[in-house]
Design a protein around this ligand. Sequence first.
Ligand code: 6SG
Length: 210
Amino acid sequence: MPEYIFIYFDVRGRCETARILLADQGQDWKEEIVTFDTWTQGDLKSKCAFGQLPGFKDGNFELYQSNAIIRHLARTHSLYGKNDEEAAYIDMVADGVEDLRMKYAKLIYQNYEDGKATYIENLPKELQSFECILSKNHGGSGFIVGDKISMADYCLLDILIIHQVLAPECLKDFPLLSAYVARLSARPNIKAFLESDAHKNRPINGNGKQ
Ligand code: 6SG
């Protein structure tokens, strides 16, 4: 079995999707937690491909960029669709999630107090896109793409979970997404992970906002 290691701050942040993926796939991993003090000292930053975390190790193979990490795990665990068209849809959903994650990160790190109300007001427009995509795949009763779980499901589940923390009612008018989060969260390995102290006690973001 390969040894997986996340090198990251003690947050869910840009690693939690990959953690959910590995947990669901029955894999173990290690955490190499980087404190903000160590980070600001600069040595580690200078060794990171783009001067940022997370880093990831798959045995001796070292990788940076959270979405590259997710895609690597998707390829190596057959979570990238059954053909090129499914793979393209999976990318489409993952990139849609990334767009939302960037807006979320901007709110959390740059404009939380002043921007939160407007962000929550605009959230239904963002969520509607995912509800619509989901509705077109088996009426929304299964996965976001295709007939089996894919990387896109882990991306979407993670972003929906953190938005439910930000705005607990945000899925109220999205019946398919609500049922989807409940369904995926009830998968035994995901359920165990989401109920673990490792997940529950890990802050979502690096500045205490959520
Ligand atoms: C932060 O932005 O944790 N990496 C972050 N920040 C430190 O010096 N495209 C890539 C990717 O997808 C984006 C990487 C991402 O992988 S993630 C990073 O490396 C840097 O740039 C969010 C996160 N934030 C917590 C945090 C730690 C250091 C900066 C932000 C110091 C402590 C808290 C705020 C400032 Fe902080």
